[in-house]
Write a protein that binds this ligand. Sequence first.
Ligand code: C2E
Ligand code: MG
Ligand code: MG
Ligand code: MG
Length: 288
Amino acid sequence: EAKGRGKSMWVRYTDEMGARISAEAELIREMREALDAGQFELVYQPIVRLTDLKTTGVEALLRWNHPVRGLVSPVEFIPVAEKTGLIVAIGRWVLWQACRQGVAWLRANPEVMGMSVGVNVAGRQLKEHGFVAEVARALGETGMPASCLTIEVTETAVLDDQESLDALLALRALGVKLALDDFGTAASSLGLLLTTPVTTLKLDRSFVESITTVGRQSAVATAVSQMAGALELSSVAEGIETPEQRDLLLALGYEFGQGYLFSRPVPAARIDEIIGTPAWVPGSTITG
Ligand code: C2E
Ligand code: MG
Ligand code: MG
Ligand code: MG
């Protein structure tokens, strides 16, 4: 009896495993085609200054318009793309696309000269030989000012890794800004902040979620804000959804915020409409 049940469980388990593996193989095959087929798109989420809620920059976020499955979340395909190395080709497309778009915004609205365009970069890309040269080429050929590009990396991507650290130092030497994304979620040492040439800390959304009700969350948010201040780094709070969260984060010293309260990620054309309006801070920038 027990044996029989054990066996059927085992069979079910392998069926599931098999299904998962072939689904992933299918995903990989489709991702390869997606680039050529033009199925990837960037949407942009405004980053606002918390004092007056004016937009100072945007973060580019990848979307995959799958012909059958519809919109596929980056949370689903980025990890697989990273595992297979496909992230390198996809990331290159993201970088060039964001730079081209950034330049188009700057040319059309010279008064927003200091705006920042954030681009997420996976650990795998950072370690890839020639990544920094690729960034330099993208900046040079598109005409995007280095100071307007913010590369977002996670703590895990730069943890204990000389190659990544060298890449970050070289990016800083180009004048590119560097944000530590999802800050506070990885088991990294705070000493990382002394050796890694970051310019911005982005407090992870998980600390913002219940910040107004959970004292321990606001304690972490406070510590991160104070550390950013002491190290002269910009601070951005992610995932702000309510006015109460915004007010508290402002009181805790956060300079900038991002979240559905201000705007969801939107197509580039929607950003066109707000650049140059009073909702946008002329010439401002995330410092660093
Ligand atoms: P991330 O870089 O931390 O980006 C922020 C994510 O939080 C985005 O999810 C954004 O849509 C979401 N978000 C923003 N405000 C709110 C809010 O108020 N509430 C909630 N619930 N969510 C909010 P998205 O676009 O699904 O991207 C997820 C992650 O995928 C990103 O996290 C980033 O790690 C990765 N990713 C996205 N685009 C790229 C890319 O071009 N390259 C790489 N390597 N990774 C990317
Ligand atoms: Mg990010
Ligand atoms: Mg983030
Ligand atoms: Mg995040």
